[in-house]
Design a protein around this ligand. Structure first.
Ligand SMILES: [Zn+2]
Ligand SMILES: [Zn+2]
Ligand SMILES: [Zn+2]
Length: 293
């Protein structure tokens, strides 16, 4: 029973570190904004405040996803982690849209910026967000990967500010800053879209990406005493832990030991990622309980 089910999910440690790094940097930005009297920096502090809320939520949902199954959530809480990926991507897409809008506006009406102050802040931003990316680099869940893309967006953003402000303090290139912003926004949007497709596949109960159910059923027919299989259904709880149910038809003269062996082989054919494998054994000629014919 429950002894064979480990519902251990990815570590939430990286998300916690990213949350506190972001929180600390938000306070630095607020102080820096008042110190330099810069509206741009205060606006970005607001953006980072939003990031803190999003990161905190991702961290909370990742921790929640480790909870053991109970009577209410019999498959466990894995989907709560995937929900975190949805929320992070919505926040990220909204942020990127605002960034694109401002960048296009700036491109049409270039403004002078105070380059030396930007260099200092860009270095601090690179340090804080770079450390957060480093802390979350081992995450395997869609939730953690989406957070990594969010943090990478911030790193690239500050990298662009740094390059842009260095270039702008040497030459007169006011269009460089918005151009870099647009390139980064498009690059991150592309990758968020890719990850969002995977999240969508999880919620729409698509078969696990690494699992070919037709090929799997073909392999089953090579097992001793197996005639055929039908009603093969598979989906994934969170992209990392999968579910499979299957009706397998065995020859009429199959013994108890042979049937047990067939079930054991099917389970091992599935692989480690399948935590819930349900097999209905039918004898050849027996009518199927799920076929209304
Ligand atoms: Zn079916
Ligand atoms: Zn189970
Ligand atoms: Zn059946």
């Amino acid at each position: 029973m429950s002894s064979g089910h480990s519902h251990e999910h990815g570590s939430a440690e990286g998300l916690r570190a990213a949350f506190f790094l972001n929180l600390a940097f938000t306070f630095i930005e607020i102080a820096g904004g008042f110190w330099t009297n810069s509206v741009a920096i205060l606006t970005d502090a607001l953006h980072d405040g939003g990031d803190c809320a999003s990161l905190g939520l991702a961290w909370y949902l990742q921790k929640l996803s480790r909870k053991q199954p109970d009577a209410g959530f019999t498959y466990g809480y894995g989907r709560f982690s995937t929900l975190g990926a949805v929320i992070t991507s919505v926040v990220l897409i909204a942020g990127l849209s605002v960034m694109l809008w401002h960048a296009l506006e700036r491109l049409m009406h270039p403004q002078e910026v105070y380059a030396p102050g930007m260099i200092v802040l860009a270095l601090l931003g690179l340090l804080a967000n770079g450390a957060a990316v480093w802390k979350t680099r081992h995450g395997t869940s869609l939730n953690e990967r989406m957070v990594s893309w969010h943090l990478l967006e911030d790193v690239l953003g500050w990298g662009a500010v740094l390059l842009g402000s260095i270039a702008m303090s040497l030459w007169h290139l006011p269009a460089l800053d918005p151009l870099l912003s647009i390139l980064i926004a498009l690059f991150v949007l592309w990758n968020v879209g890719r990850n969002l497709r995977k999240v969508g596949a999880v919620f729409l109960q698509r078969a696990p990406a690494s699992f070919d159910v037709a090929e799997f059923q073909r392999r089953l027919t090579t097992l001793p005493k197996v005639v055929s299989s039908h009603h093969a259904h598979t989906w994934t709880i969170d992209g990392e832990h999968h579910v499979l149910s299957l009706h397998v038809v065995v020859q009429n003269d199959a013994t108890r030991d042979q049937i047990v062996e067939v079930k054991r082989q099917i389970k091992s054919e599935c692989g480690e990622e399948f935590e819930h494998v349900t097999i209905d054994v039918e004898l050849a000629g027996e009518s199927c309980l799920d076929c209304h014919q």
